[in-house]
Design a protein around this ligand. Structure first.
Ligand code: AHR
Length: 518
């Protein structure tokens, strides 16, 4: 262990599995400030809070053991939901939660998950390990969970192995106020009030696990399935069509060409973006780290190219682009997956930097993006919470989301950093009347950066900043040491139209300031 790593810091990593790649002290020498222009009067669009959305699938221990522990569990729970998860997700303010998949969605039959639990059928989860799914967590449990944490439910319908009438009935079951057989059944199952679900996905990754379709085949399915989804009780369904894997132009062009302009277009078009890592989560190296973090520049290019394509078919820009699955997908450690479930990975300082870079990209595309759902909320991939029996910890990514929370609902404004390279300083800024929020991310592991933000209009006062940072990009919060990476206050200066801040390597900081007239 290097002499300057504390025992606590060492324990923070996953024991021997964690490669300690530490920033040298020299790296903290701050060069001349990088000039960043914050164009306070150049609004891009509203940062819809749904851009900070989440995704939870019946996969590994995301639902079972993570969110849902059951009423009889020794783990403290509220009606079967893990109490600490409820509290933490409430604190984070989960805006929207997509469920039940993922690949699982296209093999999910919603009727399996309603009615008395002991009578629900046991099905095999063919996508995620052929284990037996007892359907104890179904539509009611999901919607009630959303109500408990204050999130908007987003249901992903089954197109791959399902039928149009199955999806149509799910919408009626959830949203028809009363008096139909399906709405009465919902009431008999404990929910007389309609669920009023607004977001409906018409399939998931139908180019892959959702049916291996061509874009033309999917467009035909989309038209057929969506044609039977109706407004009930004043809730107009927001329909989401399956978009491309990353920046796949053929999928997007093929889908929209086959839709034919006359028909009702989807409200949202969902692209998926995973940033694959070439290392185990706690063993990134100075080669694999920049390689992964650079992918967020590709995400932004992908969004720009996809929206341009969409504009060809939707010149009035009615369809919102969504990234309804995104995040880092590192190399899994077999022993960890065995212990904690499929696609379980540790979440490190690098993961938090990646999350903040992703959210910054979304903010900068606020005039087109309507939603972004990180994959996945608990125990799977880019999680904000990790659980182990009774223990539940907030990951560094939880805190990255928390740091970016002040942007929600604000107007994003344009920013010029003067360095568009993939690992250049990542910045997004937004304002709500006189309140200004700026998030700065330094993705470099070997260079600190001093930043001078110049406001194009107005002055800044009463600036304060919070930061998350760790010199070891593989550092992480663990069950033994859950507070290795937590937000801290950070010095920031505000003089006239200038805001100054220094960022160590691997840091995410949000500055909040009051705008005044010059
Ligand atoms: O999030 C894990 C999986 O990744 C989802 O089930 C699928 O949609 C995607 O390929």
């Amino acid at each position: 262990m290097p002499a300057f790593v504390s025992r606590r810091g060492f324990l923070a990593t996953t024991g021997a599995a964690c490669a300690s790649v530490l920033t040298s002290r020299n790296a903290l020498a701050f060069p001349a400030p990088q000039q960043v222009e914050i164009q306070t009067d150049a609004e891009i669009g509203t940062i819809r809070p749904e851009m900070h959305g989440h995704f939870a699938e019946h996969l590994g221990s995301c639902i079972y053991g993570g969110i849902w522990v059951g009423k009889d569990s020794r783990i403290p729970n509220i009606d079967g939901y893990r109490k600490q998860a409820v509290e933490d997700l409430r604190r984070l303010g989960l805006v929207v939660l997509r469920w039940p998949g993922g690949c699982f969605a296209d093999d999910y039959h919603w009727r399996d998950g309603i009615g008395p639990r002991q009578k629900r059928p046991r099905r095999v989860n063919i996508h995620w390990g052929n284990y037996t799914e007892d359907n104890s967590f179904g539509t009611h449990e999901f919607v009630n969970f959303c109500r408990l944490i204050g999130a908007e439910p987003y249901l992903a319908g089954n197109v791959g192995s399902g039928t149009p009438d199955e999806l149509r009935d799910w919408v009626e079951y959830c949203n028809y106020p009363s008096g139909s057989t399906l709405s009465d059944e919902r009431a008999a199952n404990g929910s007389p009030e309609p669920f009023r679900v607004r977001y409906w996905g018409v399939g998931n990754e139908n180019w892959g696990c959702g049916g291996q379709m061509t874009p033309q085949e999917y467009a035909a399915h989309y038209r057929r399935f969506s044609g039977y989804i109706r407004e009930f009780g004043g809730v107009r369904p927001f329909l989401v069509a399956c978009g491309p894997s990353g920046n796949n132009a053929d999928w997007t062009r093929g889908f929209f060409q086959s839709m034919g302009g006359r028909r009702r277009m989807p409200d949202g078009f969902a692209m998926h973006f995973y940033s694959s890592g070439k290392s185990n989560a706690t063993r990134f190296t100075v080669e694999t780290l920049p390689e992964q973090l650079s992918s967020f520049a590709r995400l932004e290019t992908g969004i720009l190219e996809q929206r341009k394509l969409m504009d060809e078919f939707d010149p009035q820009k009615r369809i919102g682009l969504m990234i309804d699955e995104w995040g880092v997908w590192d190399r899994m450690v077999p022993e960890e997956e065995k212990r904690y479930g499929r696609l379980w990975q540790q979440i490190t300082m690098r993961s938090a930097v990646a999350a903040a870079m992703g959210l910054n990209v979304f903010h900068r595309q606020a005039d087109k993006l309507v939603m972004g759902n990180i994959a996945q909320t608990v125990n799977v991939l880019h999680a904000v919470l990790l659980t182990d029996q009774e223990r539940c910890i907030r990951t560094s990514t939880f805190y990255a989301f928390e740091l970016l929370k002040p942007h929600r609902g604000n107007k994003a404004v344009r920013v010029k950093t003067g360095d568009e390279s993939p690992l250049g300083l990542s910045v997004s800024a937004s304002r709500q009347k006189d309140a200004l929020a700026i998030t700065l991310v330094n993705p470099k592991h070997d260079a600190a950066v001093a930043v001078e933000c110049a406001l194009t209009k107005g002055t800044a006062a009463a600036a304060k900043a919070r930061i998350i940072h760790h010199a070891d990009f593989n550092a992480c919060n663990t069950f033994e040491a859950p507070d290795v990476i937590v937000p801290k206050d950070h010095p920031v200066t505000a003089r006239g139209s200038k805001i100054g801040i220094e960022l160590p390597p691997m840091a995410v900081a949000t500055v909040l300031a009051q705008l005044g007239s010059a």
